[in-house]
Design a protein around this ligand. Structure first.
Ligand SMILES: Cc1cc2nc3c(=O)[nH]c(=O)nc-3n(C[C@H](O)[C@H](O)[C@H](O)COP(=O)(O)OP(=O)(O)OC[C@H]3O[C@@H](n4cnc5c(N)ncnc54)[C@H](O)[C@@H]3O)c2cc1C
Length: 388
């Protein structure tokens, strides 16, 4: 196998190639584009981003009314990176003049970044499997095999919904399949899951003057943690206080759904404690996502909670050169599921790869550290740690 260190010709589908990239990034979402910008900043040039859709494809397929929970604000000028920023000097709040962008708006923002940084993105290319042999990653796509010395898995969660958790769940409509709440048929929704997606669904149903009953096995809106990865965001609490939400939404905490059955036009939902709720409207499944890491599980050891086990550089503990970026990153009890959290690890991954290529990284690390984009000390990032 010839190793070609020239920059890749990337924007056209060229099928299999014997070129060996220093890095292939799988996924052109917030994580893939963000870590690619970090690779550019640290001087890595020979890389390729591969996406089965387009840049920001997951955001683009959010329900039309769904907005970011985390606010954007042009706070960069005082040294505080916009919460929804994926890179140094970038502020979606400033670029778009929108505090809570929709998915479509954020996808446009990611596309504008890919254009600005001239990122090498190969779109409409589905990664089917990855294996490492002879020290080289073989990334098999629906358009041929690509080769790389390192792979960054950044394929997200949204396109890997959690389905089939209980009997009849396949009869429900998962939130990730909803294009627009305003266009849903029916007026009495049973919503399974009461975390962010479930509350978002209930809010839009209520704003359309329809009724919703929300079931959750826990009590997400009663959770006392200040970590938004665990409890609801202030944006959701604010919307729950809306008059229409109060009037049209009934909440059923600590209520596990056991099954959904359909008889003619009627859907009946049975809970673990034997209560039955019926509706003529197709129930909404808001129980989250399995995540794409399941797809590359063979390349990582697993933690007890099923997430990939990572070393302190977010690299696989069993396959060197295989990295993970995005919301599935876990270290001990720390959950990096929001952009402002997982972006803190882009610098670590980019530096690790750059160092392996012999590039100088001191300035890069100093800059990323000063913007909170290089979190290498996990001992003090507990959400209740007021002195951090
Ligand atoms: C309703 C909702 C609201 C949210 N609100 C916020 C918020 O306010 N703030 C916040 O920080 N986070 C929020 N999140 C979470 C945030 O959207 C995710 O953490 C973020 O999208 C993850 O980015 P990502 O790049 O890892 O994944 P994605 O954005 O899903 O990108 C992954 C990319 O990988 C591609 N891909 C997938 N599989 C393959 C494959 N096999 N081959 C090739 N390409 C592939 C996809 O096409 C996609 O473009 C929200 C999520 C949801 C669902």
């Amino acid at each position: 196998m010839a190793t070609d260190t020239e920059s890749a010709n990337t924007d056209s589908k060229s099928g299999s190639s014997t070129e060996v990239y220093d890095v292939i990034v799988v996924g052109a979402g917030a994580a893939g584009i963000g870590v690619a910008i970090a690779l550019t900043h640290v001087g890595v040039e020979n890389f390729l981003i591969v996406d089965r859709g387009t840049v920001g494809a997951s955001f683009r397929s959010w329900p039309a009314e769904t907005r970011f929970l985390t606010p954007s604000f042009p706070s960069n000028s005082i040294g505080m990176l916009d919460l929804n920023s994926i890179g140094l000097g970038i502020s979606p709040g400033f670029n778009m003049r929108i505090e809570h962008p929709t998915g479509q708006e954020y996808a446009d923002h990611l596309q504008s970044l890919a254009d600005y940084f001239e990122l090498p993105v190969r779109e409409e290319t589905d990664v089917i499997s990855i294996k490492k042999s002879d020290e080289l990653f073989h990334v098999e796509t629906d358009d041929g095999t690509l080769f790389a010395n390192n792979v960054i898995w950044a394929a997200g969660e949204y396109q890997y919904p959690s389905l089939g958790e209980f009997e009849g769940s396949d009869m429900c409509l998962h939130t990730s399949s909803i294009q627009k709440y305003g266009e849903l048929e029916g007026d009495d929704f049973l919503i399974i899951g009461g975390y962010e997606s479930g509350i978002d669904a209930a809010y839009h149903v209520a704003m359309n003057g329809k009724n919703a009953r929300v079931f959750d096995r826990n009590l997400p809106w009663g959770e006392e943690s200040s970590d938004p990865s665990v409890s609801l965001s202030p944006y959701s609490f604010e919307r729950m206080r809306n008059e229409k939400f109060g009037a049209n939404v009934q909440l059923f905490p600590e209520t596990s759904v056991e099954s959904v059955v359909r008889n003619g036009d009627v859907y009946s939902l049975t809970t673990e404690d034997g209560q039955v709720f019926s509706s003529n409207t197709q129930p909404i499944l808001a129980n989250g996502f399995n995540g794409s890491h399941v797809f590359v599980a063979h390349l990582f050891e697993q933690r007890e909670d099923g997430f990939p086990s990572l070393n302190e550089r977010d690299e696989s503990t069993i396959v060197p050169g295989m990295f993970l970026c995005g919301p599935s990153v876990r270290h001990d009890g720390h959950i990096f599921c929001f952009i402002y959290k997982f972006r803190q690890r882009f610098g670590i991954v980019a530096e690790t790869i750059a160092s392996s290529l012999g590039l100088e990284t001191d300035e890069f690390v100093a800059a990323y550290k000063s913007w909170g984009m290089y979190l290498d000390d996990l001992s003090c990032c507990g959400q209740e740690c007021l002195t951090c």
